[in-house]
Each structure stands twice: as C-alpha cells, then as structure tokens.
Design a protein around this ligand. Structure first.
Ligand SMILES: [Zn+2]
Length: 391
C-alpha cells in the first residue's frame, strides 16, 4: 500500500503491517503533539499510537520498523474544488485539446500523482462536459491510476445557452430536466453541481454573470439529489445568485464572491458550507502576469480584499468554511495551489491550525466522506500523510 510523504514530495510504498517512530502528529480531534511516538499499523490501518517508553529500544524489531522520526503524521489534505480536465495554463487551448482524450488523460494522471506527492489524499471535482474527471475517478477507484480519492460531479447542471457550456450539456428548462433527470443520475455522480450564476467580471467590481434559475427551479434539482442521498454544490456569486442558492437548500456555495453578512448568518442557520476559492483571484496578483490590464488588476485587488474580509467574518460567525482552489483555472495549478489557498485563509486572519482543520475535517464533511480528514485507530494509512513541520 501507499502513504503520501509530503515532506519529500513522494509517494511511499509501505507494507500492510508495520511500525515506525514518528516525530509527532496533528489531527483536528487531538491537536498537536510534538513528541516522539511509536506508530503501528495492521491490515493497512492505524493500530496504535503511543508515546515512546523510556524502555523502548529502537532496535527492538529492526526488520519491520521504518525511519520516520523526522516526520509528523497528519490526516491527508483535501481540496474541495478542482477541475482535473483543465490545465491552469490556457483555458481555450485546453478545451481544444479535449478533442484528444489521450493527451488530457496523460495530463490528468500527472496531476493525480502530484496531489498524492503533496499529501492531498482526496479532491472534489466540479465537472467537465466530456466526463474526464468521472473517468479519472473510476480509474483511481479501480486501482489502475494512482491518485487521491476523487469525488466527482461528472457534469454540472447549467441553463442551456448560459455560463457553463464546458461543465455540462445544459438544460433549457425544468421540463427538459424532468425528462432527463433519471438518466442524468444514472450516468453516475457523487455530488450534484448546479451552476447558479455566471462568472465574476474582472473589469467590473460587483459585476457577475446572470442568475440562471429561480429558487423553485433550483429547489427541484436539490430535492432530486437529496432524495437520492446526494449532496449539492452550487457555483454562485453575487447577492441575487447566492440568495437563490441558500433558499433552494444547497449544501455548499462555491466561490460566493460578494457574499453579505446576512447571507453568512443564513448559511450558519442552515449549515451550508462556503468554499470561497480565493486562489483564482489572489494568485493572479500573487504571481504577476501581463495578461490583465491595470484596471482589471485594480478591480481584482478590491475583490480579493472584500473576499478575505468576508472569510474572516464567516470564521467568526461559525459558518462552515471549506478549502477549495478551483485548480485548473488560470494560475491555479493542481496540487500546489492548495497551499496558496491555505495561505489565503491565513491571510484572511484565520489561525493556521484552524485552516488545517478546514482542509481536513471540514472538507471531509463537504465531500461526504467521513473516513477522511481524521487520524484515529482504524484510519487507513493511505488517507494520512507524513509532513516535515506542522507549525
Ligand atoms: Zn469550478
């Protein structure tokens, strides 16, 4: 079996049963421990984690023991919003390349390895029309491709003719949706993604593409998913679109630019999570590019400032906050950008270990995968990571 060693950016092959001395651990439930511990695992799962007794001889069982005494054991990271079918370099060229599936699949296998090498053991993919992410999910599940667990929406539900043509086929109206609903779910999905609004405008502060659905329409999609035990993620920005998503009862709001305080309060009441994806805006400013005009850069700065302030407010209001990058978007590289996103959350004013909790425990809840984001007896070794420093 395998374990992510983010400390060395490697995937380590380990036996199903073994023991190792580690430098300490961190997990949301137990907090940080910076003491040498003896870790044992059996059948691929954590079996014991104990302080080293003074009587412990490091050579007691030298054949089985691994040398991890400079590593901390942590739950693997989770990125709650990626697009495996996008390459973060050039959106339009990438879409042209979709005509050559073998090329895209080769890219995706590289991205998947990159995630594991950086300690990211699960990702939630926001979809693509050809179904590349759905295929990747199945290849990983079948053990054919190495990679993190992929929770995939397969394709998103958007209004035909509006934003989202690369994310899904698009539905004209509710009647068309009802006709095809059964098939849509039967093609396989882990979560339902609904496109509620268009994109934010980089050249127009507070500008957002139009809202695509009424509360009644959206609520019908949400009920169709919930009736099947499926969570709903909503792409929404701007006051109108975010309100529609909240009232329709989605489970998470993705992006959520121009969130208001009232909306945050409503989300807390309804236990709706927010995945604020700062990286697609922030990284353009962090890693300068000449692609945008000075007017666009000034607008992006205002948007970033507003988003970080709202994230801090959400944290203090106890709104569920997830960490998702929108990896695949321009300047948001797969795997690496999760560390940018965590930095942005810290920049917003959230303590680092709280951000760690969000990128593990809270993201696990957002993915609906409760075996993730934790370090307990019985946790699978391949859902953990070995990290160099915690703080
Ligand atoms: Zn997205």
């Amino acid at each position: 079996m395998k374990i992510s060693c983010s400390a060395e950016r490697k995937i380590l092959e380990i036996p199903d049963e073994g023991e190792a001395v580690i430098a300490g651990y961190w997990c949301p439930k137990l907090g940080l421990c910076s003491q040498s511990m003896l870790l044992t695992w059996k059948g691929g799962k954590v079996n014991s984690l104990q302080s080293l007794s003074p009587l412990y001889h490091s050579d007691s069982n030298p054949t089985k023991k691994l040398l991890w005494d400079s590593y901390f054991l942590l739950p693997g990271w989770i990125d709650a919003h990626v697009h495996l079918a996008l390459d973060s370099l050039d959106f339009h060229r990438c879409l042209e390349n979709w005509e050559e599936p073998s090329l895209i699949e080769e890219n995706i296998q590289g991205f998947l390895r990159g995630y594991l090498e950086r300690g990211i053991v699960a990702i939630r993919d926001g979809g693509d029309l050809p179904g590349f992410s759905w295929k990747a999910k199945n290849k990983v599940d079948e053990g054919i491709w190495a990679g993190p667990r992929v929770i995939s929406v397969h394709e998103a539900v958007s209004r035909a003719g509006m934003y989202g043509r690369f994310l899904g086929r698009g539905f004209k109206d509710r009647l068309e949706w009802r006709e095809k609903e059964q098939d849509f779910f039967e093609q396989g999905i882990d979560q339902l993604k609904v496109v509620v609004t268009g994109l934010i405008k980089f050249d127009n502060f507070q500008g957002v593409g139009p809202t695509q659905w009424t509360v009644e329409e959206l609520a019908e999609f949400v009920e169709a998913a919930h009736g099947r035990g499926i969570l709903v993620m909503a792409h929404a920005s701007g006051e109108t679109g975010i309100s529609v998503a909240i009232e329709a009862g989605v489970d998470s709001i993705e992006h959520g630019y121009y969130m208001t305080t009232e909306q945050l309060e409503r989300m807390r009441e309804k236990e709706i999570a927010w995945v604020p994806t700062v990286a697609p805006i922030g990284n353009i400013l962090k890693y300068p590019t000449d692609r945008y005009s000075s007017h666009e850069i000034e607008t992006l700065k205002r948007i970033l400032e507003g988003q970080l302030a709202k994230i801090y407010e959400a944290y203090h209001l106890n709104v569920r906050l997830g960490v998702g990058t929108d990896a695949g978007a321009y300047r948001v590289p797969h795997a690496e950008s999760l560390f940018d996103e965590m930095d942005w959350m810290v920049q917003a004013g959230i303590p680092k270990l709280e951000v760690f909790r969000m990128a593990t425990q809270e993201n696990a809840r957002i993915l609906g995968s409760y075996d993730l984001g934790r370090l307990d007896l019985g946790t699978s070794m391949n859902l953990l990571q070995l990290m160099k420093h915690v703080v």
